[in-house]
Design a protein around this ligand. Structure first.
Ligand SMILES: Nc1ncnc2c1ncn2[C@@H]1O[C@H](COP(=O)(O)OP(=O)(O)OP(=O)(O)O)[C@@H](O)[C@H]1O
Length: 224
């Protein structure tokens, strides 16, 4: 089986205010081209797990593999590069820089990666915006577009370095049903047309039901 992401026995504790075993022996994988969702009650550990999977949190035991390579134990600098190059992340809030244009926002992670010329990055960013049907917003300031548009720009930005997996933490949490549907359809299209792998934490039952697989969490464990 070809996995883009795999974990082996991930455990995590929070020690303040008292010892709390938040993630218990999490072992699972996301297959290449799979669109998986994570559901579970508030407090079951979904966000905590996603922050480990996205390499933002390194305070755990167990192993994390991306493209079959062990990521656990790498230096802060290496992780920052792995994250920027291989993982796209979409949050509930868009985190766009409001004073920058839409195009500049999308270009930023590629600028940081520093592997391509300015012209190439600009061309790639325009292509992502076209793919999401928001290329007409390229020169607009990020502060001046709607919530649904901002989330689509955030998706374009998450895709600029052609990640191997796109992760989302409640990416439709701030959107109305029409815009949530838009985001779902974009994700579905990325899977079907680009072969992208996706892993999305959501409270939206409707959204989760339409993904390939629901990973159900309860009290820090995966129960199904
Ligand atoms: N920094 C922290 N210190 C101590 N406990 C924490 C910390 N962060 C989270 N927790 C606790 O860990 C548990 C899991 O939190 P987490 O945010 O992963 O849950 P979740 O399933 O994503 O919840 P929600 O659906 O509400 O976002 C919760 O009980 C939370 O209170």
């Amino acid at each position: 089986m070809e996995y883009v992401l795999e974990t082996k026995n991930i455990n995590k504790h929070f020690y303040k205010p008292k010892d709390f075993h938040v993630l218990k022996d999490i072992s699972f994988g996301v297959k290449v081209g799979e669109f998986a969702s994570i559901m579970g009650k508030s407090g079951s550990g979904k966000s905590t797990l996603l922050y480990i999977l996205s390499t933002m949190d390194t305070d755990y035991t167990g192993e994390l593999y991306l493209n079959h390579e062990l990521v656990t134990g790498r230096s802060h600098q290496e992780l920052s590069r792995i994250r920027n190059k291989h993982i796209g992340f979409v949050f509930q809030f868009h985190y766009l820089l409001s004073e920058f244009s839409v195009l500049e926002n999308v270009m930023l992670p590629a600028k940081k990666l520093n592997e391509k010329s300015h012209a190439d990055i600009k061309r790639d960013a325009m292509q992502k915006l076209e793919m999401l049907h928001i290329d007409y917003l390229a020169q607009q300031r990020a502060s001046r577009i709607s919530g649904g548009e901002k989330q689509r720009v955030a998706i374009a930005r998450a895709l600029i370095n052609n990640p191997i997996i796109l992760m989302g933490d409640e990416p439709t949490g701030n959107l109305d049903s029409q815009n949530s549907d838009n985001v779902f359809n974009i994700f579905k299209r990325l899977k079907e047309e680009e072969g992208l792998s996706l892993l999305v934490v959501t409270h939206d039952e409707d959204f989760a039901q339409r993904t390939d697989r629901i990973i159900q969490m309860e009290d820090g464990r995966i129960i199904s």
